[in-house]
Structure formats: C-alpha cells, structure tokens
Write a protein that binds this ligand. Structure first.
Ligand code: 3PG
Ligand code: MG
Length: 402
C-alpha cells in the first residue's frame, strides 16, 4: 500500500475517508478515540500544504432516500465540533455529502483548511449492493478532490462507495491509522511470538466461529468466555440453565472443538460462573463453583476460579489477541471477570492487542490506563474479519489484499 505520507500533496485537495463513528449518549460523544486516531493523518496533510475534505459515516440512518435520511439524522455536527476542538482550527461542515454545499466548499478551500462532509450514509448509494449505484456516488465524491487517502480502518470491511469505489477513481494511499492497524494485525497472522493466546468473549458464538476456524493452527490457546461460552459448554454436555445459547450453532461448535483438538490448539472454557436469575444490573449475583449451571439461573460472568485459570494461561503468553468481554461488564456485579482478564492481559510482556467494539468499550469502562495494552484497535468488525483471513474491501481498494 502506498503511504499517504509519500504523496505530494502541496496545493492539492485530499479526500480523507476516516471512521469517525463514535459512541454518543444524549448528543454527547462518550468516547472520541476514533476522532483522535484520525488526527495524525489529517495533521500531516495540512502541515504539508493540502486542503483536507474528510468523509465519514455516522450510525445507520434509516429512510428510502437522501431527504428522509438527512431529516432523521444523525448529523456529523457534534463530530465536526469535536474534530475542530482537537485540531485547534475551524472545521467547516458541509450541509450535504457530495452535493452543492460540498462542491462549493471543496472548490473554495485554501491549503491548510479542513472540511467535513455530512454523514455519507445519508446517501443510500453508499451502502448499495449495486456497483453502478455506488459508482455514481463515488464519482461525485471523487470530483471533490485531487487525491484520496483511506484512513477509516473501522469501516475497511465494508464494500461501500466511499471506502471501496472512490479510491479507484483518484490517486490513492493509506493513512497512518490504517497502516498502524494493519501492521499490528499482520503480526498476529504471520509468525506471532509464542505462546499465542486468543481470548474470545461476547454474546454470540455465531459471530466468532469464522475467526476461531482461522485461528486453529495459528494460536496455541483459545480462552473462551462470555455468552458464547455457554454454547461451547452445552456442546460438551454441560448444563447451562437459562444462559444465552445458540442451539443452531451446536454442530459447528462441535466441529470447531474437534478441529482444535486435531490442530493441537488448547481450548480453555469456564470452570465456574457468576449467575443470576435474570439479566439485570440489580440481579443478585451468585457464584456457581463448577462448570454446570442449575436450571432457573443464567451465567452473566466467569467465576473466580476461571479468572485464575485464564490468568495462568496468559502468564507466559508472548502474543495475545482479545475480542469480546468475558462477562456483562456493564453491570458492576458481573464485571469482575472482565476486569480480571483485562488485568491478566495487561500484565503480559509481549504484543497485546485488543479488538475494537465491545472489548475496547470494556477497557474504557474499566478505566484501564491507556498503555495497558500494546494496541487497542479502532475496528471491531474490521479487525475480526482481518483475523478471519478475509480480504477487506477497503484494503483491497488501496492496493493491499491482506
Ligand atoms: C463500526 O462502528 O463498527 C464501524 O464504524 C462500521 O460501522 P457499521 O458496523 O455500521 O458498518
Ligand atoms: Mg459495527
């Protein structure tokens, strides 16, 4: 992949596709990490004399056409304000994506100035499955600039107009965030230092089967917790009470366990649990001191023996990838397992990578120091799909298939 830093940008207008899809609560940004992660590339381009037009998506607007979506929001306005604050200079927000407002702004911008296009998903074409429909939007986006820089790592797994089609129409390069993310993920897939331990959690086993399938033969140990663990326990004949469970995945899970055994990957499952009789923050937590969960109870966190078992399995690790929380960390009574696992990973001397999405949210929730891990990805789905061994459309478009 060509690096944005190697582009000659003086006097040019550069379209930067960033991932500024930040979590919001009541109109307030609750975590601006993705915005901060986009700054190095934007700053570098500005410092070298470019005018920068940033393109990003925000949420998943609903509606059949542009007007309906734009009316329903969400607007990138709060993100534009935060970006301006962090850059220490004004950021002009276009009132459309690639229409008249965007065109006039892009045409009249001076070197060193920054503009942000409105939420690119107001354009239904952005996410269209039809190449021609996406291509029409891509052409309008490309007309705004001389060069394209792809730096929205968190959206690289989407075959969307601004991610996949636009870079084909302009001289293009990868931004610093994308290069940093890919460098780290590549270390996980090509000759990782051993032992290589992967910790997987989260609610749904179906989301993680592909990555598990690809990690068999690569990782040395797979520590499985969270909601997905109960389907694994059920597949091994354990009682799981009322715990979350995907009956239709039992066959696949059994196959994965057999493949792991054949491939010499150790699969470590919970040996005890923190349970409750309902899914609620004020439910009464109770430790079940074995792998079986009685009827009428649901597992909401790993138990203390499992936390210790996982910590022992992490102690000698030289490479760790963690995706998905081991328990319902949003409820304080069920957060101990997630904290224990996060702390055990942070104690590892080696490469420790936290997948984005829920695991990054957990790290933030637990107030772990920012240097507790080698790398916290800005992409949840994107980093997972990368480790599944899939080609990410955004990387393919930038000239890198892996
Ligand atoms: C994310 O937050 O996962 C990325 O920004 C991609 O967003 P999406 O899942 O709505 O495509
Ligand atoms: Mg997502």
């Amino acid at each position: 992949m060509r690096r944005a830093e190697d582009l000659d940008v003086r006097g040019q207008t550069v379209l930067v596709r960033a991932d500024l899809n930040v979590p919001m609560d009541n109109g307030a940004i609750t975590d601006d990490r993705r915005i901060r992660a986009s700054l190095p590339t934007i700053r570098d381009l500005l410092a070298r004399g470019a005018a920068v037009v940033v393109c990003a998506h925000f949420g998943r607007p609903k509606g059949d056409d542009y007007a309906a979506r734009a009316a329903g929001g969400p607007s990138l306005r709060p993100v534009a304000d935060r970006l301006a604050e962090l850059l220490g200079q004004p950021v002009t927000l276009a009132s459309d994506v690639a229409g008249e407002s965007a065109r006039v702004i892009a045409e009249t911008m001076a070197a060193g100035e920054v503009a942000l296009l409105e939420n690119v998903r107001f354009e239904p074409a952005e996410t269209s499955k039809d190449d021609g429909v996406r291509g029409e939007l891509a052409a309008r986006l490309a007309a705004l600039a001389d060069l394209y820089v792809g730096d929205g790592f968190g959206a690289m797994h989407r075959m969307h107009a601004s991610v996949y089609d636009t870079p084909r129409l302009l001289p293009h390069a990868a931004g610093q965030l994308v290069l940093a993310e890919v460098t780290v993920l590549r270390q996980l897939t090509t000759s990782p230092a051993r032992p290589y331990v992967v910790v997987l959690g989260g609610a749904k086993v179906s989301d993680k089967l592909a990555v598990i399938g690809n990690l068999v033969g690569k990782a040395d140990r797979l520590l499985i917790a969270g909601g997905m663990a109960y389907t694994f326990l059920a597949a091994k004949g354990h009682r799981i009470g009322d715990s979350i469970f995907q009956a239709d995945q039992l066959g696949q899970v059994t196959t994965v366990l057999a493949d792991a055994a054949k491939g010499g990957v150790e699969v470590v499952l919970p040996v005890d649990h923190v349970v409750a009789d309902r899914f609620a923050a004020d439910a009464q937590p109770e430790v079940v001191p074995g792998p079986d969960i009685p009827d009428g109870k649901m597992g909401l966190d790993i138990g203390p023996a499992t936390s210790e078992l996982f910590a022992r399995n992490l102690a000698d690790a030289k490479t760790v990838f963690w995706n998905g929380p081991p328990g319902v960390f949003e409820f304080p009574a069920f957060a101990a397992g997630t904290r224990a696992v996060a702390e055990a990973i942070s104690a590892v001397t080696g490469l420790t990578v936290v997948g984005g999405g829920d695991s990054a949210a957990a790290v933030r929730h637990l107030n772990m120091p920012p240097d507790a891990f080698s790398h916290i990805s800005t992409g949840g789905g994107a980093s997972l799909e990368y480790l599944e061994g899939r080609e990410l459309p955004g990387l393919v478009a930038l000239g890198d298939a892996t």
